[in-house]
Design a protein around this ligand. Sequence first.
Ligand SMILES: [Ca+2]
Length: 401
Amino acid sequence: MSPPRKLIIDTDPGVDDILSIVLALASEEVEIAALTLTFGNTTLDYALSNVLRLGGVLKEHLESDERPRTQELLQRSVGPSARKIPVYSGATGPLAGNAFTASYFHGRDGLSSVSFLPGDPFPEPKEDFHPFQPVDPSSKDACDAILDILAAEPPGTVYIAAVGPLTNLALAWQKDPKTFAKVGQIAVMGGALDHAGNTTPTSEFNFFADPYAAAVLLEIPRMHPSLNGQPLPIHLLPLDITHQHLVPFSQLVKSQSTLSSASPLSRFVSAFLSQPRTVMNSFAPPDAFDPQLHDNFIAHDPLAVAYAIFGSMPGWQTQERVFKMEIDGSITRGMCVIDRRGYHKSSAGENQAMKDLKQNGSIKKPLVEQDGDSSPFPIKVVVASPGSKWFADTFLSRLTL
Ligand SMILES: [Ca+2]
């Protein structure tokens, strides 16, 4: 087997983030080069605390769970001789505009308030943070960590799974586009193209949280001098594909009667999925709750990380799409605006009213202006996976709950 691919996970943990980190830790196909943290589902301090809590749980899980499968999957990345994974803190808010979190869905701490449970059953480890090593942001922050890793490795070898707002990545691109362009692939969980939003009627959370950063990365002009005519290798996984990848909550969450005999990781996951499960269940029509239809975890971030791990497997398909980011619309912030009029070039369909608006200064995007030709690259969008059953089976078998 070839050596594991280096993977940076840029993340705002967050319940589905934590599950996606476990998936990567249990996958010998990749080596997590770093976790880079951003605001998003929660604030940055809770994001870091949640990762450290996961570290404590995984250490206990590996020590107490004697199943060969657990040892086989986790010893390499979590065991005592494993290299510690550096955790860098990054953006505390978007490139511009107001900061929002998703506490309504993920809880006050981003993990269904597990930090506030009586007796603190999943504490931050006091010492020996296996498998994670937090780095003081005053010595190196997430943006510089991303650039340093890319600078140190051969071009095209480092992949990034971006499962939070894109702020850290946009800052890294703006700071040093030439180094950033060495990235092998960026699997981005974000956006909604032909699917409804999940935060507003039009917008998915990560793009809503920092539409400016999304615009910076997704609207890079094709003639940017650092790109040598090639697009950044962004592969977008919007809600259109993540909503096709569900895992029944009953497979992730232990019932009350089996909880006491469950593994440490299973108890942790059961605790932090409580709020998202309640919220998801509440979306069902009051008189027609059907567990098969309504009691499912939507695996947004785990699917993006699965793509970073297994993306060369047969069954994945991509399609190029062209769209523009709405950055500050009063009701459409973070929307992926697709020209559905059938024109081939985004500018070809502009009418005189749009041109007048641009000329008189009513339309301006100072934060996303880039050098070079203004027409953006089409974005590669993931439209099919090896199957929702393949995904759920793989995900569950690697979680070792
Ligand atoms: Ca996330």
